[in-house]
Ligand binder design. Structure first.
Ligand code: CTP
Length: 413
């Protein structure tokens, strides 16, 4: 079972889809909003229906698509006034130059624009249009007018456009829009404002030959969630990650590595940092007898037996210990993770001293817990300076990340 952060739990979002090529991305956004616990009431303009079908929108939102202003049934059931007001937020995505112009000037000539005029809910818009249309003085004036009227803009961003041009006008990615929505509904105290937080995440892979490696089961989830939580708390975040399939959190600087040695170099190059959190499951060893050609399965003359292969290992640098022991450029707070399977607290007490870190987040990764690679975590936070241990309840990795960042934020006060 996947346990999600559910940051949009019970939030009702009226999603107005206007007619642009990026309208298809509304489908992904609907999926993400629902996954985060929110409800979507979709409204489509006439031209939006040229780009994406109401059937898909309805199926994904599990809701009826509203598209007609003069629909007597809807007027009897609900009416456009109540539809405009019974939501926590109205989001126009994608927002064309046309709908922005109408919103700026109070034109209400279809259901979507009438709802925008009638609402008393906050409005956000995620524009998507050709770069010339975005840069046109009329659009820029409309944007300023809308901003003055508290309409919040998400993007547009710079990039390749469907029309083949390049520049500002591209729709922000659905993951980014979701983050803005989540930030809006769950404002976080900016306890790490102005701080540079460096985070390591994921496994490292140590090559045996050009096609084989030794790795581990770490997914990177906990480290990525920490990066997201630290960014939400106002930090400038550098995330140094081994191979992972996690989606890069919005607003985080990413450095991708494979081996422990590469992770070490990337960490050193990312200093100075105020806070360093080492959540990566770094391989303690690398292969000493690396082969730069693919090792063959040599067949033994006796067909029933094959040659034995022996791998020899040498120790990798201990990144946490190296950084925590720096005399110059040591982050003022160094946080380590302790993955233990037995004698957990005893091992952790020895580890916090051995690694010279200030805080140790201790978790039980014995196979029965399903923590390694899973969605939940159960940790205790050990503080070397006040000797206290805070036990956190079992929760999603996203929630655990928020709790750890809250804890760090309090130390930082
Ligand atoms: N760590 C590191 N570099 C390494 C090994 C570990 O930075 N080469 C960091 C991890 O990111 C984690 C902490 O050290 O924050 C502890 O990792 P863990 O695997 O629990 O400890 P080990 O040092 O490997 O100790 P042991 O396996 O003996 O328990």
């Amino acid at each position: 079972m996947v346990l999600l952060a559910m940051t949009l739990h019970n939030k009702r979002i009226l999603l107005l889809i206007s007619g642009g090529i990026a309208a298809f991305k509304a489908l992904e956004l609907i999926r993400l909003i629902k996954k985060s616990g929110g409800y979507v009431t979709p409204v489509m303009t006439k031209s939006a229906k040229q780009f994406v079908t109401p059937l898909s929108v309805s199926a994904l939102s599990e809701n009826k698509v509203y598209d007609e202003l003069f629909n007597l049934t809807d007027e009897a059931e609900m009416g456009h006034i109540s539809l405009s007001r019974e939501n926590d937020l109205i989001l126009v995505m994608p927002a064309t130059a046309n709908i922005l112009a109408k919103l700026a000037h109070g034109i209400a000539d279809d259901l979507a624009t009438t709802l925008l005029l009638a609402t008393d809910s906050p409005i956000m818009v995620a524009p998507a249009m050709n770069v010339r249309m975005w840069e046109a003085s009329a659009t820029q004036k409309n944007m300023k007018l809308l901003r003055d009227n508290d309409v919040q803009f998400i993007g547009p961003v710079k990039g390749d456009m469907a029309c083949g041009e390049f520049g500002f006008g591209r729709l922000s990615e659905p993951e980014v829009i979701l983050t803005v929505l989540e930030d809006f509904f769950s404002p976080v105290t900016k306890t790490l404002s102005g701080k540079h937080v460096l985070i390591t995440a994921g496994p490292t892979y140590e090559a045996i030959d050009p096609v084989r490696f030794i790795g581990n089961l770490s997914s990177g989830k906990q480290g990525y969630a920490l990066a997201d939580a630290a960014r939400r708390a106002g930090a400038k975040v550098t995330l140094i990650t081994g191979p992972s399939n996690e989606v890069l959190p919005y607003g985080v600087k990413l450095k991708q590595v494979r081996t422990a040695q590469q992770m070490m170099s990337a960490v050193q190059q990312s200093l100075p940092a105020d806070i360093a959190v080492f959540a990566a499951a770094v391989s303690d060893w690398k292969i000493a007898n690396y082969s730069d050609v693919k090792i063959k399965k040599q067949q033994h003359p006796d067909k029933n037996s094959t040659d034995e292969k022996t791998l020899t290992f040498v120790e990798n640098p201990d990144i946490l210990k190296t950084i925590a022991s720096l005399t110059k450029n040591r982050p003022s707070l160094v946080v380590g993770f302790a993955a233990e399977t037995d004698d957990i607290l005893e091992n952790a007490r020895a580890k916090i001293i051995r690694k010279n870190c200030d805080i140790l987040v201790v978790n039980d990764v014995s196979p029965a817990t399903g923590i390694m690679g899973g969605d939940y975590n159960k940790v205790s936070i050990m503080n070397k300076h006040n000797q206290q241990i805070v036990e956190l309840p079992k929760a999603s990795k996203a929630q655990i990340a928020r709790n750890i960042i809250d804890y760090i934020g309090k130390i930082n006060e």
